[in-house]
Design a binder for this molecule. Structure first.
Ligand code: FAD
Length: 431
């Protein structure tokens, strides 16, 4: 029975959701073994590839995740794309339970004409580029224009605006990639507009204070209406870069340059609110406004993809249908993090939510709801992967890459210089 063999549990994805779920399982079950599969060669998901380089304190959670990964009852298997290299039913056959915590890897399209023009990027790709996500390393955004427009008013939009506006010398001691820093040093962007469909009361920024909505509103109103003091006025007059929020505007079309070869502006439909409170919807008034800009970054949301035809997926909400982390109608299958709740919420929200999934799984285990009898765990999957020519990397492999990154950053006084090329990473590991 599962009482004799330690439960073999598999977690898909090594972002905060994967690591916090693993942490909960290991802490609250004395014998459980947890294998974490990750498609990248490196762990930590959006903590590495999302969180802004100038917010290093947020990345301290990596210390906790590292403790979890070093547990004798936990193993990390990077370089394995679940759904391609190994199917979810194969994992289900090898483990007593499978937890899907693979995040939200897509972005929400704008679905407007001109979206495909050079000069238009998803904020997701832009963030991936400055954070060293291998698939975005060649993005090379052209920052020779004077004005950038960010569509969407969430936390990611603010991160992107800050990176565009911060004098590069303030980023030099962060883990931003050297390539991104090079492009930012050449940037001619002077003005950044952050555009939202709704009004100041509906913005989606989160801030770390009690009664955030009230505080945020006060802050917005004060900034917008108060006459700046002499010192502030002088600072504003001499500022080489400016930004602003534009409310009640919804993107209609990306306007092409005269030769049609790149983005030169954006047409915004003017909106007004219908309904009240959080449910208020922005509806077009019929008026529109053209805003010249050479760079358009769409930051209207991340989106999860279905991982495997065998796993239920709610494509409307972009989540795996679940009750407190138990995937509906599939015993032994669980989910946590952004793929469970949708792509909103900070790391702390993801932690609470992942602990809850871990708790549900352990309850089911205790109640005898998970399959009985021994399960081969990684031994079976390793054989499958090897027959398919897939060679996973371990956590100690990551620790070698980590040491290499830290040492490459030293000369420039950076916490690390990220490795961007998976081939190079494999070479460094002697593959
Ligand atoms: P992810 O972190 O996305 O992890 C999912 C993991 O699954 C990834 O490693 C991915 O590679 C892997 N994966 C995907 N598909 C597969 C597959 N098929 N097979 C195997 N593995 C797979 N929160 C804060 O608290 N502070 C911040 O400053 C902050 N900044 C942010 C900035 C940005 C730009 C973004 C997008 C988010 C930010 N967040 C921040 C939110 C935080 O990153 C999320 O709450 C959290 O990362 C969600 O965790 P997750 O594990 O569900 O997803």
């Amino acid at each position: 029975s599962t009482q004799e063999q330690p439960p073999q549990i598999c977690v898909v994805g090594s972002g905060p959701a994967g690591f916090y779920t693993a942490q909960h399982l290991l802490k609250h079950h004395p014998r459980a073994h947890v294998d974490i599969y990750e498609k990248q060669l490196v762990p930590f998901g959006l903590v590495r590839f999302g969180v802004a380089p100038d917010h290093p304190e947020v990345k301290n959670v990596i210390n906790t995740f590292t403790q979890t990964a070093r547990s004798g009852r936990c193993a990390f298997h990077g370089n394995v794309v679940v759904g391609r290299d190994v199917a979810v039913p194969e994992l289900q056959a090898a483990y007593h339970a499978v937890v899907l915590s693979y995040g939200a890897e897509d972005h929400q399209a704008l679905e407007i004409p001109g979206e495909e023009l050079p000069g238009v990027f998803s904020a997701r790709a832009f963030v991936g580029w400055y954070n060293g996500l291998p698939e975005n390393r060649e993005l090379a955004p052209d920052l020779s224009c004077d004005t950038a427009v960010i569509l969407g008013q969430g936390n990611v939009a603010l991160d992107v605006a800050r990176i565009l506006l911060t004098p590069p010398e303030y980023l030099e001691k962060t883990d931003i990639t050297e390539a991104a820093l090079g492009v930012l040093r050449q940037s001619r962007v002077k003005t950044v507009w952050i555009v939202g469909r709704r009004g100041p009361l509906q913005v989606a920024f989160t801030i770390k204070v009690p009664r955030p909505r009230k505080r945020l509103t006060e802050l917005l109103l004060r900034t917008a209406t108060e006459r700046p003091g002499a010192e502030e006025a002088a600072r504003q007059a001499s500022a080489s870069r400016t930004w602003g929020l534009r409310f009640f505007r919804s993107p209609q079309q990306v306007l092409p340059s005269p030769d049609g070869r790149r983005a030169a502006g954006i047409r915004l439909a003017v909106t007004r609110l219908e309904g009240v409170g959080e449910a208020a919807r922005a509806v077009p008034t019929g008026d529109s406004e053209d805003l010249p800009c050479g760079l358009v970054l769409s930051s209207v949301g991340y989106k999860s993809r279905p991982i495997d035809p065998s796993v239920p997926f709610d494509s409307k909400r972009g989540v795996i249908p679940n009750m407190e982390g138990r995937v509906i109608d599939v015993p032994g299958l669980y989910c946590s993090g952004w793929v469970k709740r949708g792509p909103t919420g900070v790391i702390a929200t993801t932690m609470t939510d992942s602990f809850l999934t871990g708790q549900m799984l352990l309850q089911d285990l205790k109640a005898g709801l998970l399959p009985l009898g021994p399960r081969p765990g990684y031994a079976a999957i390793e054989a499958l992967l090897s027959s398919r020519g897939v060679r996973p990397v371990s956590f100690s492999d990551w620790e070698k890459l980590d040491a290499e990154e830290v040492s490459r950053g030293k000369g420039a006084g950076k916490p690390r210089e990220k490795l961007l090329d998976p081939q190079e990473m494999l070479r460094l590991l002697g593959r």
